[in-house]
Design a protein around this ligand. Structure first.
Ligand SMILES: [Zn+2]
Length: 496
């Protein structure tokens, strides 16, 4: 897509090229309408410095300049008069000189087009502000096209076989009164922005000055917002500045919705609601700063139109004064916990880990506790000969029902001969008594066990002919259950 037209600044000769394509007319009309919409409320100042990421294309720009001079020096070249009646062949045309001063301006203008596609500059000033005073005649031609197509641009501008109304740029090319030109071409996300500046007067004689891939451009924030910003954000999650020191205010990063140009709003006007913790400084010839005043936590915010951004700012003390701390993550028997400490002066936070909970040894059995129940998980000696899982245990003055024997809790207790399982046990984990080779007398007081509550191999590889004493109503049930869970085939099951 190409939009081509000329611009005449102050004191310039007025000459307009009609729109080449109707679609472009409508697009430009929309841009005009949008930019006239009233009521964009800005908290920030109207004009802002914007950094835009671009690719420079000096080679393309100078190739196009060459083509213009080739056209200009073609014998018998001409254009239609305003009545489309006479074909005018200017006599004695010579090449335009290539003016690197103009080129620099044109490159900047091309970058500006990626922010605001208009003959005016993104800060709403005229292009005339870029020229040295003196008021020589000059024209600005702008185009945008998806792709690096020099020929397409040239053919559009040269407008061969078209009549007067469409030959404005061609007439500049063939204007005897013009003497020099400079071209700009930059691309943003595959869209190429072209600017031709063409003038009379004498060459400024400057040598080429390549510009960087980032350009700082003064732009109207209102105009940028009206023309569409997206993904408006800051890259800093939080800022820290010590008392008496300064840091730069963060840039605001955004993309243009029309071409996804990545731009940075430099020195946006941040504000803060708190007093006494930070202050702002606006040095000349330097970016804006935040000064840390007194220890504390605050934030800065920026808002414009629908956008609102906030960044926390922390001014830390030299030496923190930590509070007593509070548990932010409770430790468990399998994972560490976290203790959160807060500085009572500046609000700084730090965490320290809390060690995992350790099982408690009560009468030789290790227990883990939940709210009101205890789980037997181990013994303190593998030489134990008799094990009694009690009905309840007391820890820190509180009574807990022993409801569970953990998986593997008492496996490999090779000297144990007798075992009593308390009346509150509801669950026995897998392999709980696996390979207790001498275990031959098992007294079961609980009536709460069933197939899903006893893990696989709980009684496997114990003594070959053990005796299970069971509650009277449970003898048959438990016989079936324990045999399923690994009890030897020759086990006896008796009433207690
Ligand atoms: Zn502190």
């Amino acid at each position: 897509m190409i939009a081509v037209y000329t611009d005449t600044a102050d004191k310039m000769r007025s000459e307009d090229k009609h729109m080449i394509r109707k679609t472009i007319c409508s697009i430009l009309a929309i841009i005009l309408l949008v930019s006239m919409l009233p009521g964009v409320s800005l908290a920030a100042g109207d004009s802002i410095l914007v950094r835009v990421d671009i690719e420079n294309h000096y080679d393309l720009a100078r190739t196009l300049a060459q083509k213009i001079n080739e056209l200009r020096t073609t014998p018998d070249i001409g254009y239609w008069d305003e009545y489309n009646y006479y074909y005018i062949r200017p006599y004695g045309l010579t090449s335009l000189s290539y003016d690197y001063g103009l080129e620099n301006i044109a490159m900047l203008r091309a970058a500006e087009l990626s922010l605001y596609y208009s003959h005016d500059r993104p800060d709403n000033t005229s292009v005339a502000t870029l020229f040295p005073s003196g008021g020589y005649a000059r024209y600005q031609v702008i185009s945008q096209i998806r792709g690096p197509y020099v020929n397409t641009i040239f053919e559009d501008w040269a407008a061969e076989n078209k009549y007067y109304a469409d030959q404005a740029i061609r007439r500049h090319f063939l204007d005897k009164g013009l003497t020099r030109m400079g071209l700009g071409c930059v691309s943003v996300n595959g869209i190429y922005y072209w600017v031709l500046l063409i003038c009379g007067g004498s060459n400024t004689g400057k040598s080429p000055v390549p510009q960087g891939s980032h350009l700082n451009i003064q732009a109207s924030l209102g105009l940028l917002i009206t023309n569409g910003l997206t993904n408006v954000h800051v890259e800093e999650e939080k800022l820290t500045v010590k008392p008496g020191q300064t840091i730069y205010t963060p840039w605001i990063i955004a993309e243009k919705t029309d071409n996804r140009a990545r731009i940075g709003l430099i020195d946006p006007e941040w504000k803060t609601k708190s007093t006494g913790i930070i202050s702002f400084e606006y040095p000349t010839n330097e970016y804006n700063k935040i000064r840390g005043l007194n220890p504390g936590k605050t934030s800065i915010y920026w808002s414009a139109s629908d956008y609102y951004l906030q960044v926390p700012v922390h001014v830390p003390c030299e030496t923190h004064t930590w509070d007593a701390g509070k548990v932010s993550v409770k430790p468990t028997y399998t994972a560490k916990g976290l203790m959160l400490y807060t500085c009572t002066v500046c609000g700084e936070e730090k965490t320290e880990s809390i060690p995992k909970l350790e099982p408690e040894n009560i009468d030789g059995i290790l227990y883990e506790f939940s709210k009101s129940t205890a789980i037997a998980v181990d013994v303190d000696s593998s030489k134990i000969t008799s094990l009694v899982i009690p009905d309840t245990v007391v820890s820190n003055g509180k009574k807990y029902k022993v409801t569970e024997i953990a998986a593997n809790a008492f496996r490999d207790l090779r000297k144990m001969t007798s075992l009593t399982i308390g009346k509150n046990v509801k669950k026995i984990g897998a392999n709980a008594f696996y390979k207790c080779k001498k275990l031959k007398k098992i007294t079961v007081l609980t009536t709460k066990l069933n197939a899903s509550a006893v893990g696989a191999n709980a009684f496997r590889d114990i003594y070959k002919k053990p005796v299970f004493k069971c509650p009277k109503n449970k003898v048959i049930d438990y016989q079936k259950l324990f045999l399923q869970k690994g009890a030897p085939a020759k086990s006896k099951f008796e009433r207690k």
